[in-house]
Design a protein around this ligand. Structure first.
Ligand code: R5P
Length: 282
C-alpha cells in the first residue's frame, strides 16, 4: 500500500484499528430521509464526534463545514432511486479528480452481488480501485442487499470476499448470525452497516456483537441521527467501539448524556462573569 493511501486509511480507521463512521449518504437514492431533511443541521453537532463522515458530494459541498478535521468517505456511486423495482443499476457518479479536489480520505461505492447488475457494479469497483491506487485514495465497497438477496453469513461472506478480491481496501456489510465467518474470510477490515432504526439499547447491543466478532467498527446512519439524542448516541457507540464498553454501560452513558443535554444550564459564576454577576447583584 502506498504511503498516501495508508495515511488516508489511517485517518478513517484509527490507531486502535477501529472506526465510527457516520453515514449520511441516504439521500443519493432515498431523497430527503427522515432526520436528514436539513442535512447541515443534523450533521453539524455530530461531525466533531465522528471518526469519519460518509456523505454524497452534493451534501458535502452544501452542508458540511469545509474547515472540519473529520475525514470524509465520499459516496461515489448512484443513478438509482427508491422508485426503482431493482436498485442494482448504479454507476460511478463522481470522478476521482473531483474526489481529490474535495480532499476526501476515501471513496465508497455499492456492489450488488447476485443482482442483474452484478457485473457492472463489480467492474465499477475494479475501476475505482485502479484509480484509487493511482491517486492514493482507499476504496470502501458497500455490499448492498437487494429486495431478493439474502442477508446470511453465506451470502455476505461471498459478497465481502469478492469485494476484497477485486481490491477494495475496506468493506461495509450487515451484521448476521455467523458474522465472525464473514470477518474471518475477508482479508480487509469490515465495518458494520447500521440498518433500520432500532431502540437505542438494541443498536448498542448490535454494535457490541459486531465488534466482539471482529468488525473494525461501524458505518452507522439512522441509528445515530434518528436517535432521540443523536449526539449522545454517537458517543455511546464510540464507547462500545473504542473503549470496550458493554452495551449496558454504553446505554447508561447514552441516558446520562441525553439527560445532561435536557437539563437547563446552571448560571456560570466564574472569573470575569462571576464578578460581574456579583456586582450586579449588589
Ligand atoms: C447504503 O447502501 C447506504 O450507504 C446508506 O445510505 C447508509 O449507509 C445506510 O446507513 P444506515 O443503514 O446505518 O442508516
Amino acid at each position: 500500500m502506498d504511503w498516501g493511501l495508508k495515511n488516508r486509511l489511517s485517518r478513517v480507521i484509527k490507531s486502535d484499528g477501529k472506526t465510527v463512521m457516520l453515514a449520511v449518504d441516504h439521500g443519493y437514492f432515498l431523497g430527503p430521509t427522515s432526520g436528514l431533511e436539513d442535512a447541515g443541521r443534523t450533521i453539524g453537532p455530530l461531525l466533531p464526534h465522528a471518526d469519519a463522515l460518509m456523505p454524497a458530494r452534493g451534501i458535502l459541498r452544501t452542508s458540511v463545514d469545509a474547515s472540519t478535521d473529520t475525514p470524509i468517505v465520499l459516496r461515489v456511486s448512484g443513478g438509482n432511486s427508491v422508485l426503482d423495482e431493482d436498485l442494482s443499476f448504479e454507476g460511478i457518479t463522481v470522478s476521482m479528480e473531483d474526489a481529490v479536489r474535495m480532499n476526501v480520505a476515501a471513496v465508497a461505492l455499492s456492489i450488488y452481488v447476485g443482482s442483474p447488475n452484478q457485473k457492472e457494479t463489480l467492474l465499477n469497483l475494479a475501476k475505482l480501485v485502479d484509480e484509487g491506487q493511482r491517486y492514493g485514495i482507499p476504496v470502501l465497497a458497500v455490499t448492498a442487499v437487494g429486495k431478493s438477496m439474502g442477508r446470511d453469513a453465506r451470502y455476505l461472506s461471498l459478497a465481502c470476499r469478492i469485494a476484497a478480491e477485486l481490491g477494495a481496501h475496506f468493506v461495509k456489510t450487515y451484521y448476521c448470525d455467523g458474522f465472525e465467518k464473514v470477518v474471518r474470510t475477508c482479508p480487509v477490515p469490515i465495518v458494520m452497516a447500521g440498518g433500520k432504526k432500532l431502540p437505542e439499547a438494541e443498536a448498542l447491543e448490535l454494535t457490541y456483537n459486531a465488534i466482539k466478532r471482529g468488525a473494525a467498527g461501524v458505518d452507522m446512519g439512522r441509528n445515530i441521527f434518528q436517535a432521540e439524542s443523536p449526539v449522545a448516541m454517537i458517543q455511546a457507540v464510540k464507547a462500545v467501539v473504542h473503549d470496550k464498553s458493554s452495551p449496558k454501560q454504553a446505554f447508561h452513558l447514552y441516558q446520562s448524556l441525553k439527560a445532561a443535554e435536557k437539563s437547563p444550564k446552571r448560571p456560570r459564576l466564574k472569573g470575569v462573569t462571576a464578578s460581574r454577576a456579583e456586582l450586579n447583584r449588589h
